[in-house]
Design a protein around this ligand. Structure first.
Ligand code: ADP
Length: 315
């Protein structure tokens, strides 16, 4: 549904976006993630036709945004970080205005009523937007993106500035919109991505550094597995054995669980199966292994490690 191929955007000598390619399939909710200055907004702006790329192409539903912008834009509903609201209009006036702007041909009354029901703004339909709470304003922002029933929805930081209850409501809303639309969610809030997205694309310094299903991101990014092991015995001896196992990259004691046994965080090379050799090595050393679990790296760790790896490569 969305195909970004080899996009480059240069500002003078600076590569704001440097050869990024990724696809979003129909019905997917993809999180677009990266630290400040990574190139997220530049990519979103190219994708939505607000900026032209120095080179490369962006296609929506097979239509190139540069060579056929009107047709491509018809397929996109965009909620920018600052929703484009007219505060002195009522919700009704505003949505009718957007309907006209987009030259929408769907049945006006029915279509707007459906949108109001989906985003739950029916009770404020005749109120002035400037008098609404931030949560409601954000819903109105989402409503304008839905006018014309576009296949693709692009949300830029949709929950910034909302209170915790509003945040959960907006995330639930985005998830439910994902059932009928293809969604790109640009955000820097990691739990949001985990709560909402099927896949994650991470960029840093204009380059794509990860692209994987949300559940796989820990593995996909670092090529390592993490385990938590409970082992009886003195930590120094245990660490010596652990560090001698081929494929174990890092091991450290985390907490003392029961008298004489500790929990260890172990990181191993994903291409090497370490569990069996780990078991035998501990047996040989007469150090009982009383628990071994796979521990998924959390997104926060992963994100920091990606950024760190990028820094190391630069030095
Ligand atoms: P993000 O949205 O991830 O924070 P941006 O896409 O806004 O990142 O910016 C990527 C890089 O491009 C940054 O280094 C930023 O300073 C630079 N940049 C963005 N817009 C311009 C511009 N109009 N002129 C010059 N540099 C820009």
């Amino acid at each position: 549904m969305i195909e970004i191929s080899n996009i480059v955007k240069k500002y003078g000598n600076l590569y704001a976006v440097n050869n990024i390619s990724f696809k979003v399939n129909e019905g997917e909710i993809v999180g677009f993630l990266g630290p400040n200055g990574a190139g997220k907004s530049t990519t979103m702006n190219i994708l939505t036709g607000y900026l032209s790329a120095t080179s490369g192409s962006a296609k929506i539903g097979g239509v190139d945004i540069l060579s056929n912008p009107i047709e491509a834009k018809r397929m996109i509903g965009f909620l920018p970080e600052q929703p484009p609201l007219y505060l002195d209009m009522t919700v009704k006036e505003y949505l009718n205005f957007v309907y006209d702007l987009k030259h929408c041909t769907l049945n006006r009354k029915k279509h707007l009523a459906e949108i109001c029901e989906v985003v739950k703004i029916g009770d404020v339909y005749n109120r002035i937007i400037g008098h609404l709470s931030k949560g409601y304003r954000q819903r109105v922002g989402i409503a304008q993106a839905l006018v014309g029933n576009p296949k693709v929805l692009i949300f830029d930081e949709p929950t910034v500035g909302l209170d915790p209850k509003q945040i959960i409501e907006i995330r639930n809303l985005i998830r439910s919109l994902g059932e009928k639309h293809t969604v790109i969610l640009s955000t820097h809030i990691l739990p949001e991505v985990q709560a909402v997205c099927d896949r994650i694309v991470v960029i840093n310094k204009g380059q794509l550094v990860a692209d994987a299903p949300t559940s796989d991101i820990g593995r996909a990014v670092k090529g390592t597995h993490k385990y938590t092991a409970k082992i009886c015995g003195d930590t120094k001896t245990v660490l010596k054995v652990l560090n001698g196992v081929d494929g174990i990259l890092r091991a450290e004691p985390v907490t003392e669980r029961e008298e004489g046994s500790y929990e260890y965080a172990i990181e191993s090379d994903a291409s090497i199966e370490v569990r069996k050799p780990l078991f035998y090595a501990l047996c040989d050393a007469r150090l009982p292994l009383i628990g071994l679990e796979s521990a998924q790296a959390n997104l926060e760790d992963v994100f920091i490690s990606i950024i760190d790896d990028n820094k190391k490569e630069e030095n």
